[in-house]
Write a protein that binds this ligand. Structure first.
Ligand code: E4P
Length: 216
């Protein structure tokens, strides 16, 4: 399973990258705005900087919602760096654009996916990644992990190559459950990733080893 970090914060991207287990980065307009990235040039530069830090797939989201704007924006984003994956919303023109990108050798991440039907359409259009937002589904009283399982089953049965990129991760347990449910990739904020490190018995055990080491 690949690990992506879901942030536009460069310090957190560097920290995750230094762990040596990072395979990519996802951002979205909300995450970019949170870091105060404003204006076309600043946005482009920010994506380039992320590509210089992390050797892996970097999702850059289009802002247009009609076919030709999505295609123009996507082409410009893809031209920034070979590792850019164009992130396209799950809407009618988004699917058309994903098919166009597929036919023209540009990799895509279909975002804002909340149902198996949407995931099937994204795969049919040739999306490289499909992003089900499990945390937002859980927040609404539904079961995000059930959706990951369902998409995983459908993709296996149908032989689709699209990778399931579980997004909207809220905690370390989400990451573990995604691994069990068949996600190919998780994209998570830094804290849930670091949460995987934690166990009180590890801390107690290490304290005891260090204490005993003094007697060696
Ligand atoms: C996915 O690519 C999105 O950036 C993200 O995971 C959204 O998560 P949120 O529900 O925490 O905003």
């Amino acid at each position: 399973m690949k690990f992506f970090i879901d942030t536009a914060n460069l310090d957190q991207i560097r920290e995750a990258n230094e762990l040596g287990i990072l395979d990519g980065v996802t951002t979205n307009p909300s995450l970019m705005a949170k870091e105060g990235i404003k204006g076309e040039e600043a946005i482009r530069q920010h994506y380039k900087t992320i590509c210089e830090i992390v050797e892996g797939d970097i999702s850059a989201e289009v802002l247009g919602t009609d076919f030709s704007t999505i295609v123009e924006e996507g082409k410009a984003l893809a031209a920034l760096h070979p590792n850019i994956v164009v992130k396209v919303p799950m809407i009618k023109d988004g699917i058309k654009a994903i098919k166009w990108f597929t036919d023209n050798g540009i990799r895509t991440n279909c975002t804002l996916v909340f149902s198996a039907g949407q995931a099937i359409l994204a795969a049919k259009a040739g999306a490289t990644y499909v992003s089900p937002f499990i945390g937002r589904i859980d927040d609404s009283g539904w079961d995000g992990m059930e959706l990951i399982r369902q998409i995983s089953n459908v993709y296996t049965i149908q032989g689709f190559n699209t990778q399931i990129l579980a997004a909207s991760i809220r905690n370390a347990n989400h990451i573990i459950s995604c691994a069990e449910a068949g996600a190919n990739v998780i994209t998570s904020p830094l804290d849930p990733i670091l949460g995987l490190l934690k166990h009180p018995l590890t801390d107690i055990g290490l304290a005891k080893f260090l204490e005993d080491a003094k007697k060696m």
